[in-house]
Write a protein that binds this ligand. Structure first.
Ligand code: SAH
Length: 258
């Protein structure tokens, strides 16, 4: 009986670098990257490291010089081009504590292309920390092997978001009240609406009547139900993104195109 390894052999560390990479280039890492590779991953001379730049793609490199607080890598070659991420935005009202950071991390893993924090009248946590959100997204992208990062917008009021809504993009509006109506089948909505999309998730307190009406007045809005139970905003975000990814995203669902 062959002995299967207790766990897969350790794959090469994979990090995002905010500089354009190219075959054969040499790059010096310091700061947090160096600390992670030197102290946490204890990389050795010659060890392979995967890099991606959210511009040209992913590369395999190896360590050529180890310093106390920095290290030099030599790029050996490109392993993947920057991917085409499914065209799905997440528009979500910030929620308390780091649950919003958790949404940013999960939405990145699930494959969104853009995250737009939306201020609504019941938003309880209007002070988002963009740097922390971006760190969650970068770390999630490193771990889930994305080669393209989602973009993160500044917070915007719901009214302003809707006033500038792009004509060609469906807005799947997660309306927590519509289940009783028997309407809002997400599956039917996915079959009916191909093309660029966004998902709108409210805050812990939900949307006000005015906000609900405002969103429904948008021609591109597609109210959907996420079932008979009231989900926490973070649960709703993950559920809605997963449904769209399985239906119209890159999880082998319906053709994403029109
Ligand atoms: N406190 C509100 C619910 C807010 S839940 C209430 O009790 O009514 C936070 C957000 O998650 C909602 O605004 C909605 O966007 C989404 N959501 C939660 N459960 C949902 C459901 N069953 N159907 C559709 N959206 C839901």
């Amino acid at each position: 009986m062959p002995v299967t390894p207790a766990y897969p052999p350790r794959s090469a560390p994979r990090i995002y670098v905010d500089v354009e990479l190219s075959d054969g280039a040499e790059i010096r890492l310091d700061g947090n990257h160096a600390h992670y590779l030197l102290k946490v991953m204890r990389v050795r001379q010659g060890q392979p490291i995967k890099l991606f730049d959210d511009r040209t793609g992913e590369y395999l490199a190896h360590v050529t010089t180890l310093g106390k607080r920095d290290l030099i890598l030599q790029i050996d070659g490109r392993t993947r081009d920057r991917e085409q991420v499914p065209d799905l935005w997440l528009c979500a009202a910030p929620i308390k504590k780091d649950r919003f950071g958790w949404i940013a991390e999960k939405a990145t893993e699930l494959g969104i292309s853009r995250m737009i924090p939306v201020q609504t009248s019941r938003t309880q946590n209007a002070a988002i920390k963009p740097d922390k959100l971006r760190t969650h997204m970068i770390e999630a992208a490193e771990q889930c092997e994305r080669t393209a990062l989602p973009t993160l917008d500044d917070m915007i009021w719901l009214k302003e978001l809707l006033e500038n809504w792009p004509a060609d993009r469906h807005l799947f509006f997660a309306d927590e009240r519509m289940h009783e109506s028997g309407e809002g089948s997400f599956r039917k909505a996915l079959v009916a609406h191909a093309g660029p999309a966004a998902i709108l998730i409210g805050p812990e307190g939900g949307f006000t009547d005015e906000e609900n009406a405002l969103v429904r007045a948008l021609p591109q809005s597609v109210p959907v139900s996420l079932g008979p139970r009231i989900l926490r905003a973070d649960t709703a975000a993950v559920a809605a993104i997963s449904l769209w990814m399985a239906g119209r995203g890159d999880w082998n669902g319906l053709p994403a195109a029109k």
